[in-house]
Design a binder for this molecule. Structure first.
Ligand SMILES: [Zn+2]
Ligand SMILES: [Zn+2]
Length: 426
């Protein structure tokens, strides 16, 4: 019977139905079971939604006033790959605040999948300036403007041992490098969202308060990663302690600051064995990078064993069918507490009572949401314009333009006069 149900042709289903009918008629025990099953199915009829969802669908659930929701928007490595963007975690609080921690390559696409107005994605905390932690800054910054953000992007990040290794240097020079992009948009779109509010702070600060607004306190701690400059963060709100390491080898500042944290995200790099076997690294490099520049899975376990968070989140490795078992085995050598081996779009709902872990399912056809404030128009007076040479190449299609303008004016009750690159059309 099972074979017919799963694999049989349409005719086979008829056979099953008739067998069931016989059973119903002659076997009271089976008949009762089938009836119970039928009534259960009635309650799950198409007019009722399931009351408990195992999946998070963005934009469909309130955040409770006492709740923190964290969504992984990048959990991978510097190497681009479809399955995992590089480092990025979004923290949403029941008071309405949202914070982005790191914006690694590929992560802006993940953020877009959450269908949050860009006005709310205006606070970014950078742990350090590796591309797998800031590589999508331009996509959030400029993409956010095009996506209707109508307020400055606020960015916090550490200084460096030299000025050129600091967050301000990175941001100001990225703005310089995008001079053409900015110039090209002046007068064509409203550019208020291009403004940056840069907060660079001392990377050596231990427990240094870098943000204190709306009952949310964010502190920075030195991290040990490659060269001086990287930091880790904690966020305190409503008696909940969130911690994000960005990249670091195990260090005393983190262990001191995150003891008993409610939610602790720490890097757990690919194990040295994986670096040697799958990435074909020289053994010496795998040991150095895997245990000194980064934190290996068994070192991650030791950090979590010493700090005992309510939930330990490992990120920064390719989390696949063949690597996850090894990572977990190595972590479990040193840590036996609650653990998430994160992948992109893992979601955690955190309250004092409970931590719920699910996966988000997003629409691949998501559009930017409207601004939460009235959309400001561009100011044509700001346009840089073209040289006479380029204008001389512009083709004139007056009859087509007249029709476009007439249709739009009729639909929207406006009165714009047709024009092309040469000026008004008679
Ligand atoms: Zn790094
Ligand atoms: Zn990294």
């Amino acid at each position: 019977m099972e074979t017919l149900l799963n694999n049989g042709p349409p005719g086979g289903r008829k056979l099953v139905s008739s067998v069931m009918a016989c059973l119903l008629a002659f076997t009271p025990f089976v008949a009762t079971g089938v009836a119970a099953q039928a009534s259960e199915q009635m309650e799950l009829s198409p007019v009722k939604a399931l009351s408990v969802r195992d999946t998070y669908y963005p934009g469909t659930e309130d955040i409770r006033p006492d709740e923190m929701r964290v969504i992984a928007c990048g959990t991978g490595m510097p190497n681009a790959r479809p399955k995992q963007a590089a480092a990025c975690f979004l923290v949403e609080l029941g008071n309405g605040d949202k914070f982005i921690f790191d914006i690694g390559s590929g992560s802006a696409e993940r953020l877009s999948g959450l269908a949050i107005p860009y006005d709310y994605l205006d606070k970014l905390f950078i742990g350090h300036l590796h591309s797998d932690h800031v590589g999508d800054f331009d996509a959030l910054w400029i993409g956010g403007v095009i996506g209707n953000r109508q307020r400055p992007l606020r960015v916090w990040g550490p200084s460096g041992a030299e000025e050129k290794y600091g967050t301000r240097w990175f941001l100001e020079n990225i703005a310089e490098a995008y001079a053409w992009d900015y110039g090209s948009r002046q007068g064509n779109v409203n550019t208020v969202g291009f403004e940056m509010e840069i907060h660079e702070f001392d990377y050596k600060g231990v427990g240094q308060v870098v943000f204190d607004e709306n009952d949310v306190v964010i502190k920075s701690y030195p991290a040990i990663h490659a060269i001086d400059g990287p930091v880790s963060y904690t966020l305190e709100w409503n008696d909940l302690l969130f911690a994000f390491s960005s990249d670091t080898a195990p260090n005393k500042w983190w262990i001191e600051a995150t003891k008993g944290a409610d939610f602790s995200i720490h890097e757990s790099f690919s194990s040295p064995t994986t670096l040697i076997e799958k990435q074909k690294w020289p053994v010496a490099d795998a040991l150095n990078v895997g245990t000194q520049v980064h934190t290996s899975p068994s070192q991650f376990g030791k950090v979590m064993d010493e700090t005992r968070p309510r939930m330990a989140v490992a990120y920064h490795f390719f989390n696949d069918f063949d690597t996850a078992p090894l990572v977990e085995r190595e972590i479990r050598k040193t840590y036996d507490g609650p653990l998430s081996l994160s992948v992109d779009y893992m979601v955690w709902n955190i309250t004092k009572e409970e931590i719920r872990t699910r996966m988000a399912v997003i629409s691949h056809e998501v559009w930017p949401l409207p601004s939460v404030t009235e959309k400001l128009p561009a100011d044509p007076a700001d346009r840089i314009g073209f040289s006479d040479f380029i204008i001389s190449g512009a083709e004139k299609f007056p009859e087509v333009l007249r029709e476009i303008y007439a249709d739009i004016n009729e639909t929207y009750g406006t009165d714009f006069k047709p024009e092309d690159h040469h000026g008004p059309i008679d």
